[in-house]
Design a protein around this ligand. Structure first.
Ligand SMILES: [Zn+2]
Length: 321
């Protein structure tokens, strides 16, 4: 059941006490993500809890008015679309929890810059602009947790599940009492059935395709054995025993591999000596960089070069490359 009681928010009841919230229009490329609200329940949690609901401050205010006050907020990882607006939850009195090592990125943009290795290729001013466009503000205090920790809020349990293929701190949530598995940014990103997203995102050096494949299998078994509902940061809700998100994610990785394999073959056929990463980037294999301008074009080139390199390493055509 979906309702639109707040303009620009889609609110869906997953179970009686848990809702999924989605911000429809967002200010920039990586500003927001869908997240869950654990509604208050007598004898379990007296106050509401927000799980990775990074939406704009004016909408947080409206959610707070409707369901708050909120005692705690749990962040799944510190990519920009998961941390830009978290400061406002803190302003409203929630204790902010975030996974090690990304907990410090919520406190200082420079930690985000260094932590994800942007400094290897991009000037800090690019990241400042990116943060400004996404309306990022730092938090004052963040309570760190270790991916895999079980967090308890009064009598409500949130099991954090490490899915580290995406980032060093990235977790999903298993809510055992509600039989919900939230896989956050694992890579199921279809806004509705039949509509394609990018799939698993591995545009940072710390990401690992091998680890992704392990994470996808872990998510699948947790879903089939312990859950009735599967939610994500950028997708529609799945009901047990539908396993299409797992094949979607694997297919996306295979598809990306084929794109890079094909590009290797076509570059080799030109007999050009010393094929370089810029030759791949000029082909706009994954992102329409030619249509982008300024710092955001540079950021997409940075991400795409890493994605391509990860597939070059896995390519069966590597020997002759
Ligand atoms: Zn992410």
């Amino acid at each position: 059941m979906t309702s639109f009681r707040i303009p620009n928010l889609e609110i869906t009841n997953i179970t009686k006490d848990i809702i999924l919230i989605h911000q429809i229009k967002t200010p920039y490329y990586f500003s927001c993500c869908d997240g869950l609200v654990v509604l208050p329940k007598k004898g379990r949690n007296e106050l509401a809890i927000a799980l990775d609901l990074n939406i704009e401050p004016n909408l947080i205010d409206k959610v707070n008015k409707l369901y708050g006050p909120f005692s705690n907020y749990v962040c799944t990882h510190a990519h920009m679309d998961h941390m830009a607006h978290v400061h406002h939850w803190e302003d409203l009195g929630a204790i902010i929890h975030a996974p090690i090592p990304e907990n410090t990125y919520l406190l200082d943009l420079n930690n985000f810059y260094l932590g994800f290795g942007f400094n290897e290729k991009l000037d800090f001013s690019f990241i400042e602009k990116f943060a400004e466009n996404n309306k990022y503000h730092p938090c004052k205090t963040v309570k760190p947790y270790i991916p895999g920790d079980k967090l308890t809020f009064e009598d409500f349990i949130v099991e954090t599940i490490p899915f580290l293929g995406h980032s060093r701190g990235h977790v999903g949530f298993l809510l055992p009492s509600e039989k919900i598995l939230h896989i956050s940014c694992l890579g199921f990103d279809q806004p509705k059935p039949g509509r394609e997203g990018f799939g698993p995102w591995y545009g940072f050096n710390e990401c690992s395709i091998d680890q992704y494949l392990i994470d996808i299998d872990l998510a699948k078994s947790l879903f089939l054995e312990h859950s009735l509902f599967l939610t994500s940061s950028h997708a529609y809700t799945i009901k047990h025993p539908d396993t299409s998100p797992f094949s979607y994610m694997r297919n996306k990785i295979d598809h990306n591999q084929r794109i890079v394999d094909q590009a290797i073959l076509s570059l080799k056929s030109t007999n050009k000596k010393n094929i370089e990463i810029k030759d791949f980037l000029e082909m706009d294999l994954f992102f329409p960089k030619k249509k982008l301008k300024g710092f955001i074009a540079e950021m997409y080139s940075y991400w795409e070069s890493i994605i391509i390199n990860k597939h070059i390493e896995r390519s069966k055509h590597l020997k002759n490359y």
